[in-house]
Design a protein around this ligand. Structure first.
Ligand SMILES: [Fe+2]
Ligand SMILES: [Fe+2]
Length: 205
């Protein structure tokens, strides 16, 4: 049986999740601006891409609080003050936060929601936890490339790089310092496989 949302722990957990997602969105947006200042446009786009998803997660939790409309929900929660300028630190902190959401916070909220009979909320907590896992993997991947100085370097001499500004493809172990087509700086290049929509192929189906 479902508990009254306004007498439940799930109400506070939904508000905590909403607040957490709003903050994640803001943190990644700020990180995007720092990446942009450092001319790391691929990382800027990656942070923005993730920030937009966090915004959508916030909306999912927001909508689940319809029965609490008009009320003030008090929450107690800890949120990270990841005020870093260093991209490596920002990536590490983001990865850590995603892991916490995926491993601890949302599974816990899901279990409580199930106990209280909020099956839809439980399902959403679990589904979003899975997305946060992907976010964590992505941040860890870029943290590794950044640390190892491999954002613009590959062992593969046939590596395909795409300019995010004009779409030019460069094949080689390193993208050019400047795009030969649009003159965008090297920071616009990412591995082609990392770009959205680039693995489209006609498969005959
Ligand atoms: Fe999220
Ligand atoms: Fe996330």
């Amino acid at each position: 049986m479902q508990t009254d949302l306004n007498k439940s722990q799930t109400r506070m957990n939904l508000m905590r999740a909403f607040a957490g997602e709003c903050q994640s969105r803001q943190r990644y947006y700020q990180a995007a601006l720092i990446a942009q200042q450092q001319k790391l446009i691929g990382l800027e786009r990656m942070f923005r891409f993730t920030a937009e998803q966090e915004e959508r997660h916030a909306m999912v939790f927001w909508k689940l609080m319809k029965d609490a409309a008009g009320q003030t929900v008090d929450v107690t929660a800890g949120y990270p003050a990841d005020v870093f300028e260093d991209i490596g630190q920002l990536l590490d902190a983001s990865q850590k936060e995603e892991e916490k959401e995926h491993v601890v916070v949302y599974p816990d909220f899901a279990r409580i929601a199930d106990d209280e009979g909020f099956t839809e909320a439980a399902r959403k907590f679990r589904a979003i936890a899975e997305i946060e896992k992907e976010h964590g993997t992505r941040f860890a991947y870029y943290a590794g490339l950044y640390r190892e100085g491999r954002l613009f370097r590959s062992d593969d001499t046939q590596q395909r790089w795409i300019c995010l500004n004009c779409g030019h493809i460069h094949v080689g172990s390193e993208p050019p310092q400047e795009c030969p087509v649009c003159s965008a700086e090297q920071g616009y290049f990412i591995r082609e496989a990392e770009a959205a929509f680039t693995s489209c192929e006609v498969t005959g189906k």
